[in-house]
Design a protein around this ligand. Structure first.
Ligand SMILES: *Cc1c(COP(=O)(O)O)cnc(C)c1O
Length: 380
């Protein structure tokens, strides 16, 4: 058997001006949070999303927190959040002293189930977080209808969905405010980083002050309110600008990878994956499969068998309602769709670096490992 290189579950690709721009930061000594690349990255990202304002932040988490502060979220408030998301979506609501109220997922797109929201709305509900999970946009029309009926805002968590489309509209331009992440494993990366985008001039102006300690832009060392240091460095922005210049290439490679997976896995018994709705352009942050209940192997066993073949995978997140910080308040509620996806799901390697050969090898390995013979002794 030929020895294949290890295939990581995610890998950034720096195929553009990343190194040139970073060298420029070092050569000119503009390495901190002031600098031309921060401005250029923000302007280019606003154009990419079709929004008036983009504010670079130190992470997706700080971008979400800043966005929620801009939406005036306060203690005692409640926010509708899908239970199937990364924990930062819920934690940032808590950072504001507010309460995330969890909602189950749609069984096809795995994003928040609009039909389950209205039962959870109370007089304290202020907004809905639309998470575009794994790169698939949430179903925005019903969310907007609910939001306008109840006077709620919509915050998009676009951490996994740069470039995704909902009925021809870009993720980031679908709600009131949106937050992106550029963490190392996201669709484009700055190492660690994030962005808030919005069309609201007042929110943007306030957040620009708040992300830099709250200092009055007209009067040095005058602070009207308590702010944060949530700024992105010029070096990180330099990497981000170079990534953004080639974002169409990154998105096209991921579309290829997902198509190769679907072709290679379509005949395999017992497997399904997130459905791309007719109204969506999925950007395939993670190609994630679920194993039917009758498959004699669970995702942990499949992950171990794949790792033995040099293929790294990722379990699906544990839904928020099952995690220690949130399980008490969600006690007694049921989230069967999210639970099933989490219990039977596994993310396969997904990156712009994968070749057709890689995807064929991974798919063949998945198919072989799905029978108990191939996971071997672990099944006992
Ligand atoms: C990655 C991620 C975040 C947090 O972004 P960081 O840059 O890691 O802070 C928030 N929400 C979702 C859905 C994510 O995937």
């Amino acid at each position: 058997m030929t020895v294949r290189p290890f295939i990581p579950v995610a890998a950034p690709v720096f195929a553009g001006n990343e190194k040139t721009y970073v060298d420029d930061c070092l050569d000119t000594t503009w390495i901190s949070s002031l600098g031309a690349y921060v401005d250029r990255f923000e302007r280019a990202f606003a154009v990419f999303c079709g929004r008036r304002h983009a504010l670079a932040c130190s992470s997706g988490t700080t971008a979400l927190h800043l966005a929620l502060v801009g939406l005036n979220l306060e203690p005692g408030d409640e926010v509708i959040v899908p239970t199937l998301t990364f924990i930062a979506t819920a934690n940032t609501v808590r950072y504001c002293g507010a309460r995330p109220v969890f909602v189950d997922s749609d069984p096809h797109t795995w994003t928040i189930d609009p039909a389950a929201i209205e039962a959870r709305i109370t007089p304290n509900t202020r907004g809905i977080v639309a998470v575009h999970l794994f790169g698939h946009p949430a179903d925005m029309d019903p969310l907007r209808a609910i939001a306008s009926k109840h006077g709620l805002w919509i915050l998009e968590d676009c951490a996994q969905a740069h470039g995704a489309l909902y009925r021809e509209q870009r993720a980031g331009a679908l709600g009131d405010v949106a937050a992106f992440s550029f963490s190392g494993n996201k669709i484009i990366t700055t190492g660690e980083g994030g962005m808030v985008v919005t069309d609201d001039d007042d929110v943007a102006a306030r957040l620009r002050v708040l992300k830099a300690h709250g200092m009055d832009p007209e009067r040095k060392y005058w602070f009207q309110e308590i702010g944060f240091n949530y700024r992105l460095t010029n070096i990180a922005a330099a990497i981000g600008l170079a990534q953004l210049e080639r974002v169409d290439w990154h998105l096209a490679r991921r579309a290829d990878v997902s198509r190769w997976y679907r072709d290679a896995l379509s005949g395999v018994e017992g497997l399904s994956w997130q459905v791309e709705a007719t109204w969506a352009r999925h950007v395939w942050w993670m190609f994630t499969i679920t194993l039917d209940e009758n498959v004699p192997v669970d995702p942990d066993q499949l992950a171990a068998a794949l790792l033995a073949r040099g293929i790294e995978t990722r379990p699906v997140v544990v839904p928020m309602h099952a995690l220690p910080p949130y399980q008490n308040e969600a006690a007694g509620e049921r989230f069967p769709v999210a639970d099933r996806i989490a219990r039977r799901g596994l993310s396969l390697p997904t990156s712009a670096a994968l070749s057709l050969e890689d995807v064929k090898y991974i798919s063949r390995s998945v198919s072989e490992c799905l029978t108990s013979d191939h996971v071997g002794s672990r099944l006992g």
